[in-house]
Unconditional design. Structure first.
Length: 365
């Protein structure tokens, strides 16, 4: 029964009960934790007005010291469970202020019920303003970076759907995938969830950047019956959000431009770490050795493309354990392509025919 379905007397009883609980916690804070607890505030359904007859009370207790954790308590009153816990400044509040936490609303929308000292209110306001300033900015590289963390976690959780045949484990991993994708979406739109979990789709419907048919794919994960249905629906949702993430990355994240300074030493590093391993792997007909050398080369090329702005070069497409010489030839061509980037920015390869020549150059400093 929602608050709109309750009569006036029922709503008042619920609000009166909450007031008693709030005053109980404040009284205890004043008596036993005067220096340990800074602020007590209200969030959740009773803050947004979206409560029902069995809603619990979401109190945020910001503690100054570890001793403040002593006020924490979990209990059941009548048929309703309550979890009174602390939120430290340096961890949870800091994370919310940086928009790294999913609980941004606990900072931005919290209703202050008690503040021990004026300086604590100043401190809280400073944290809140940091978050508001970031949320006021247009979608840009920092939003994409934050979204990327949630996307990486979503991909990790999807992998877990493949590692078990137990339907409960598969469903849980898919749920974690969904959870991380939801928060990736908030960052792709530089916003946050202001209401509870039952309003996710409603709030996402107001976002500017949302994958096509997101609600359908979202519900498909929830309604999936078998392990395979769970995996396939989670993959479809992940793929759609990842497509949006990649599109916005291209739109908002400016690629670095390679120049003389940024590419210095990188061709020589590729030669040092990969070239001779590739040649040795082919000469020794050692597919496993060559495979790992290829992985190392690809990792290096990916990093250079992302952080230096060099063209995306793909060597792994050429790896075939039955055609090692083909990979070698293609890898050397890729090295030539990378060398062209050196030449384009005016660099010369640091290569010496003799130790004496190297010594003289090296000792110049």
């Amino acid at each position: 029964m929602t608050h709109l379905q309750m009569n006036a007397a029922e709503r008042q009883r619920l609000l009166d009960r909450n007031e008693l609980l709030i005053q109980m916690v404040i009284e205890r804070a004043k008596r036993d934790f005067a220096e340990d607890i800074a602020i007590i505030g209200l969030t959740g359904s009773f803050s947004t007005g979206d409560y029902h007859a069995a809603s619990d009370l979401d109190l945020i207790i910001i503690n100054n010291t570890d001793r403040g954790w002593g006020i924490s308590s979990c209990f059941i009153l009548g048929e309703i469970g309550y979890d009174i816990y602390c939120t430290p400044w340096e961890t949870r509040i800091e994370s919310q202020a940086k928009l790294d936490s999913p609980m941004i609303s606990h900072l931005v929308d919290m209703q202050i019920l008690y503040c021990a000292k004026p300086e604590y209110m100043d401190k809280f306001t400073s944290y809140k303003q940091r978050a508001l300033d970031m949320l006021a900015k247009p979608v840009g590289p920092e939003c994409i970076r934050r979204a990327g963390k949630w996307m990486d976690q979503a991909k990790q959780e999807y992998t877990n759907t493949l590692l078990s045949d137990e339907i409960g484990a598969v469903r849980y991993a898919a749920g974690e995938t969904v959870y991380n994708l939801l928060y990736a979406l908030t960052h792709l739109n530089n916003t946050y969830f202001k209401r509870g979990i039952k309003r996710y789709l409603e709030e996402i419907g107001t976002f500017r950047y949302v994958p096509e048919d997101f609600a359908v794919r979202y519900m498909a994960v929830i309604e999936a019956g078998t392990q395979e249905e769970i995996r396939s629906s989670a993959l479809a949702l992940l793929t759609s959000v990842n497509g949006l993430y990649r599109k916005l990355t291209l739109e908002f994240v400016e690629r670095p431009v390679p120049d003389y300074s940024s590419l210095g030493g990188t061709y020589e590093e590729l030669w040092c770490n990969c070239r001779n391993k590739v040649l040795a792997g082919v000469e020794q007909a050692d597919a496993a050795y060559l495979y790992h050398a290829a992985l190392s080369a690809q990792n290096f090329l990916n990093e250079m493309s992302e952080h230096k702005g060099t063209p995306a070069l793909d060597v792994m497409q050429y790896f075939d354990s039955g055609k090692l010489d083909v990979f070698r030839d293609q890898f050397l061509l890729v090295m030539d392509q990378y060398l062209n980037e050196y030449i384009r920015v005016g660099r010369q390869v640091e290569r010496y025919a003799s130790f004496q020549e190297l010594y003289e150059q090296f000792m110049k400093g």
